[in-house]
Design a protein around this ligand. Sequence first.
Ligand SMILES: Cc1cc2nc3c(=O)[nH]c(=O)nc-3n(C[C@H](O)[C@H](O)[C@H](O)COP(=O)(O)O)c2cc1C
Length: 339
Amino acid sequence: MSSTSGDTTPDAPLTPAPSRERSAWAERLGLRVPVVCAPMGGVAGGALAGAVSRAGALGMIGMGSAGSVAALERELARLDTGGAPFGIGLVAWGIAREPELLTRALEAAPALLSVSFVDWRAEPAARAQRDAWIGAARGAGVRTITQVATADEARSAAAAGVDAVVARGKEGGGHGEHREPRDPLLESVLAAVEIPVLAAGAVTSAADLVEVQRRGASAAWIGTAFAACTEALTSAPARAALIAAEGRDTVVSRVLDVALDRPWPSHYPERLLRTPFVERWQGRESELAADTVAKAEFRAALAAQDYTVVPLDAGEGVGAVTTVRSAADVVRELARPLR
Ligand SMILES: Cc1cc2nc3c(=O)[nH]c(=O)nc-3n(C[C@H](O)[C@H](O)[C@H](O)COP(=O)(O)O)c2cc1C
């Protein structure tokens, strides 16, 4: 354990000196920049992953809740990293639904396999499920990572044999548990486990990257700041909506999942851009679930890509997304030396 408890020295460093394993995590993966572009389903395809990896960070192909072997094959065909490492991100129930997804992901020889939304309970079925993907990745020589929202989840992940965890703060975009802000969560996760810990949630600048590293993170795990990149799967109207938004326009909500009858567990709401539709139904999700007219209107707005109605996943750092840029520009900006 790398706990700081008991250290009463007033000018003690914020975190203990990082272990070699923690400080060298990015280097060992072959990264020049300690940044991972989060595996965002519907956003982070092969083109974005390749561009991020060519720029020296780690690009990841994201297979979200709608992921499939066919979609993974399509995005792998678009992946050109120029020989640099890349990663693949799956969600736990995607593997349960289509076990071939894991097999195919490992065959692609990623440097990193992420599995999100893992059931960390001690029940035998949950345990068997996570042992299966952790064991398969280990057998294939692929490092693993998972996102956690509490120090307890981090302990469970480390005990199960996951190689690194992402301490995902509630500022982050997309689905998650949204419990604690990034920095206090990072601190408690670093104290709870010895494996490398990445920081996620509103990391959008070189100053943020330096700050999370100073606090002990081995790298930053960044979604929103890459979501409007040229190479992302994001459509032009969605990019425009992200660029126009500020952090205060985001809200944690289940309205999108309910409107689309998506079977996301209710303890994983998503941070998304607030629209009048979200405001109308926030807190009235069961009424929305039963309102076929409202849901049909919403689907029509989705088909028309009307983002004044349809909310996009985005984190509190969305205000820093002010223009469409290449992934290389975003990585360069994140790696810019601070004066
Ligand atoms: C548009 C979008 C889609 C996302 N999709 C996924 C996903 O499919 N799987 C996943 O594990 N995380 C997903 N996330 C969450 C990210 O992994 C990460 O936790 C988050 O982006 C970090 O915070 P940030 O957005 O402030 O950088 C998504 C995030 C965004 C913004």
